[in-house]
Write a protein that binds this ligand. Structure first.
Ligand SMILES: [Zn+2]
Ligand SMILES: [Zn+2]
Length: 175
């Protein structure tokens, strides 16, 4: 997700240029297709990046553990600076902490890390595939959305229940 911003850096503060993103981005072990619309605004010291970003990630339902596509969208509002303009250690440290993508010596601005961090922040901790999701049977573990079983779920203190609950907790911790 790189942009050549030399034209923008030549302009005076206040100059606006449109920003269009249609690109794949690596998040964890997945390539997500990202669409973004917004603008670059030349500031005194750098460029303000302002964009509305949409993407979709495959996520696991917290109840039935099925994977389903989950839409994520957010607004990016960040100021980025040419790397040559900042050599002090504090700014470099800050860059590592908050992930501000600097513009390299060839005036290439790479916003990949920035977008990945925004996606990270926008990810829900737990999510249901559907408000009506019935989840898994606590006794036999069958997915009750697409199957039915003959288990009685009112006896909550048997071994199967403990087993399947443990399994769900383990699966959650893997993420
Ligand atoms: Zn579900
Ligand atoms: Zn069952």
């Amino acid at each position: 997700m790189k942009f050549n911003v030399s034209e923008i850096l030549f302009q005076k503060a206040g100059f606006v240029s449109s920003l269009n993103i249609e690109d794949y981005i690596r998040v964890g072990d997945k390539d997500l297709f990202v669409v973004g619309r917004g603008e670059f605004l030349r500031t005194d010291k750098g460029i303000w990046v302002s964009a509305r970003i949409d993407t979709e990630i495959e996520i696991e339902c917290g109840r039935c553990l099925n994977k389903f596509p989950f839409g994520i969208n957010f607004d990016v509002e960040e100021e980025v600076f040419p790397s040559s303009g900042f050599t002090s250690e504090s700014v470099l440290e800050k860059e590592e902490q908050v992930g501000i993508s600097l513009i390299d010596a060839n005036n290439m601005l790479d916003i990949s890390n920035m977008v990945v961090q925004y996606i990270d922040i926008s990810m829900p901790i737990t999510v249901k595939c559907d408000v009506q999701c019935k989840g898994l049977c606590v006794r036999c573990g069958i997915n009750l959305n697409s199957n039915s079983c003959k288990c009685q779920t009112d006896s909550i203190n048997d071994g199967w229940n403990i087993l399947s609950t443990t399994r769900i907790i383990e699966r959650k911790q893997e993420n």
